[in-house]
Ligand binder design. Structure first.
Ligand code: PLP
Length: 385
């Protein structure tokens, strides 16, 4: 995020605040677009744009120049269509039974993952009396969704694709965050073999990390999500993006704990010396994972004050965490009502994820729903709800 976050205007009643910098988001998408040029750069905006707020994120990305949006569910497609009336909306969960008409009405593109889904969508297209846009997902080794490579030919030979306007053929990488993992090349080979008969269609294999694996993986379109939200998941190359999100929560109380005193539920942490503890208004209901709890022996997550980390001690509870500020060099700054940084320059998404034994993606998609939200540099009109 550009510059220092101004916390002076946050309403007094807010226990926490999430800042989303839409100018940085826009720059991130454009940086990914420029990186892969002339390959098309789509945006993955599933799960409420990774927790950042689809109603703000989608118009911003559209304004940046994005024309293709990926969501997971029909409901997300519905919300997205209201925000981008003419862009392509791909639905990654594909065609669930009974959803063809709803997706058809939205002019959404289901990412079809099986012969059965192809058949359902082709039948619906025949009812509509026109070819419908479709995407085909081919599994190349993730074994999650997609037509198995061995079944691609029979789907082609079924004649059903004649009723469809096959807009995109795609697959998804299992190990793109590990650039030297053999699975990447294996999936690329499986892909090349599977699509040899589908030559003229738009193709896509890479999400954020796949786009960093190099031109061979970019095909005709890349589908980044995490990178445009400022994430750096790859263990190899760095994405040309900057943080978009910061989160702060209030200090509610500062207290001294004598040696022998325990902190938090189940008394899992015991002070071995005189300690100073700050209690902060953020808990697992705010996306601070309970797995970020710490005992005397096992470290957990941290917050930061004035650029200095303060480790969580004891259990994370629903609304509160307790952090150790005993050795903080500026204790006077940590008072009732002060702000603790939970995500920000001192605590990147990846660090926060590691502190809870998880990944930044899960951190983002669990951002608090009861913290105050500020969208910085919003240049798009408020959506009609
Ligand atoms: C979520 C998802 C993406 C985006 O992945 P990122 O790692 O966030 O860039 C792309 N493609 C598929 C199929 C996905 O499920």
């Amino acid at each position: 995020m550009a510059g220092r976050i101004d916390l002076s205007n946050v309403p007094a009643s807010a226990t926490g605040v999430i800042h989303v910098d839409l100018a940085e988001l826009k720059r991130n998408w454009q940086a990914m677009r420029d990186l892969v040029h002339p390959v098309e750069c789509a945006s993955v905006v599933k799960a409420d744009a990774y927790g950042l707020g689809a109603n703000h994120v989608i118009p911003c990305l559209h304004q940046a120049g994005c024309q293709s949006f990926f969501v997971a569910t029909p409901r997300e497609a519905h919300q997205t269509r209201k925000l981008v009336p003419t862009s392509d909306i791909y639905v990654l969960d594909g065609l669930m039974p009974g959803t063809a008409d709803a997706l058809g009405q939205l002019n959404a593109v289901p990412v079809l993952s099986s012969a059965a889904e192809v058949e359902d969508w082709a039948k619906y297209a025949q009812q509509c009396g026109k070819p419908l846009k479709a995407a085909l997902h081919i599994d190349t080794g993730l074994n999650r969704l997609g037509v198995s490579p061995g079944d691609v030919q029979s789907v082609q030979e079924s004649g059903l694709l004649a009723h469809l306007d096959l807009h995109l053929v795609m697959s998804h990488l299992a190990c793109a965050d590990e650039p030297y993992h053999a699975q990447n090349e294996n999936q690329l080979s499986a892909w090349n073999a599977a699509v040899s008969g589908l030559a003229n269609t738009k193709t896509s294999l890479a999400a954020s990390d796949g786009a960093l694996l190099g031109p061979a993986f970019r095909l005709k379109m890349v589908r980044p999500g995490y990178a445009i939200y400022g994430g750096q998941a790859s263990q190899g190359p760095t994405a040309p993006v900057k943080p978009v999100v910061s989160v702060h929560a209030r200090v509610l109380q500062v207290r001294d704990v004598p040696p022998g005193g325990t902190v938090g539920y189940s008394a899992t942490f015991q002070a071995m010396r005189p300690m100073r503890i700050a209690t902060i208004a953020a808990g697992y209901a705010d996306g601070v994972f309970r797995a970020a709890s710490a005992t005397n022996d096992v470290k957990g997550g941290s917050v930061a004050f004035e650029g200095e980390l303060a480790p969580i001690v004891g259990r994370v509870s629903m609304d509160l965490i307790t952090v150790d500020i005993t050795d903080h060099t500026k204790p006077d700054a940590i008072v009732r009502g002060a702000w603790a940084e939970l995500i920000g320059p001192n605590l990147p998404l990846e660090t926060v994820g590691q502190g809870a034994g998880t990944i930044g993606y899960e951190v983002l998609t669990n951002l608090s729903r009861r913290f105050h939200r500020v969208y910085l540099n919003d240049t798009t009109p408020e959506p009609a709800s």
